[in-house]
Design a protein around this ligand. Structure first.
Ligand code: PBG
Length: 326
């Protein structure tokens, strides 16, 4: 029997045909822009290991978010760099702390036109660089830290965050934050849980961005996940959803596409993935040497993250990508 040959190339013949049948198409509204705002500076400071990214002043942040909004970017997530760090990270919940005032600025500039997300953690605010309170032996205390997270959540919600995004990987953090928000009239403030967050070397450039050094050359392996595992990620995600997470995140993204795909199958809440600083820096460095086409590779990377199953993508490339999509 002679069957006609299956011709896969028929639908690849023209750009118009390829566009018609493409499986995935990205839109600026799918992106969340991670942004840094630093207290006590007059000029934006370039972040050396993240070309094109800045520690913003309050006013340069406002200008940047206005541009991102004009490009159609869905949301921004703010990280604060305070002037003063201390042992308990108290600037994180100061009503006049840098992220709180920045949230209020952006809310007054843009109303409800763009989603405002506050990263909820302590490491940018503590002098030891850990994501929680330390006990006498220097270990990160879980339950005492939850009380601090609850306070930070209330400060961020009061300042106008639509979503708070706990990234410290303490057990029970989503439940503690949900209870605190509900107990203070912030039932409408949503939680994006950094549910499956790995202890990876890919956060290196970010720590430059927020001026964080972990005391004593330490690491976060007692609270963030072991990079060798994936089942644990699903357990973390299920727990966070059960505790009340409205959205969950896998982080990093590109090195954990298997986890994104598994998370997509496991839960039905919106799934975010964070294409992190190291994943960004690698592409920038290769492009600087002329070894890669930056825009093409950046697009392929975010497409891979979408193909794996992420609905929304946090990436430092989002402005460039959105510009190209106009
Ligand atoms: C912790 C936090 C980190 C990142 C986001 N939130 C760093 C860490 O866990 O050490 C990393 C983001 C990136 O690398 O782009 N508050």
């Amino acid at each position: 029997m002679n069957f006609p040959q299956r011709r896969m190339r028929r639908l690849r013949r023209t750009g118009a045909l390829r566009r018609l049948v493409t499986e995935h198409r990205l839109h600026p509204a799918d992106f969340i822009a991670p942004l840094f705002v630093r207290e006590g500076i007059d000029e934006p400071q370039p972040i050396v290991s993240m070309p094109g990214q800045f520690q913003h002043t309050r006013s340069s942040l406002r200008a940047e978010v206005a541009e991102l909004h004009a490009l159609g970017i869905g949301a921004v997530v703010l990280f604060g760099v305070p002037e003063r760090k201390d042992h308990i990270g108290s600037e994180a919940w100061n009503p006049d702390g840098i992220v709180q005032v920045a949230l209020a600025d952006l809310r007054s500039d843009l109303g409800d036109e763009i989603v405002l997300i506050a990263d909820l953690c302590m490491d940018e605010y503590t002098d030891h660089g850990h994501c929680g309170l330390l006990d006498g032996r220097g270990d990160v205390e879980n339950d005492a830290t939850l009380e601090v997270y609850a306070r930070i959540a209330l400060a961020q919600a009061a300042a106008g965050a639509d979503i708070v995004a706990p990234s410290g990987m303490m057990d029970g953090q989503v439940g503690a934050i949900r209870a605190a928000l509900d107990g203070s009239g912030f039932e409408q403030t949503a939680i994006l849980a950094y549910a499956a967050k790995y202890a990876t070397a890919l956060y290196g450039p970010f720590r430059d961005a927020v001026d964080v050094t972990i005391a004593g050359g330490g690491d976060r392996r007692t609270y963030q996940q072991d990079v060798a595992g994936s089942r644990e990620a699903l357990e973390e995600i299920r727990l966070d959803v059960a505790e009340g997470a409205d959205m969950v995140m896998v982080k990093p993204a590109l090195a954990f596409l298997d986890v994104i795909a598994a998370a997509r199958r496991a839960v039905d809440v919106p799934l975010a993935a964070y294409h992190v600083s190291g994943e960004y820096a690698m592409v920038c460095a290769a492009a600087e040497r002329g070894w890669l086409d930056l825009d093409a590779v950046a697009y392929e990377h975010v497409l891979a993250i979408r193909r794996a199953g992420a609905d929304v993508i946090l990436t430092y490339f989002c402005k460039r990508l959105a510009e190209a999509m106009q």
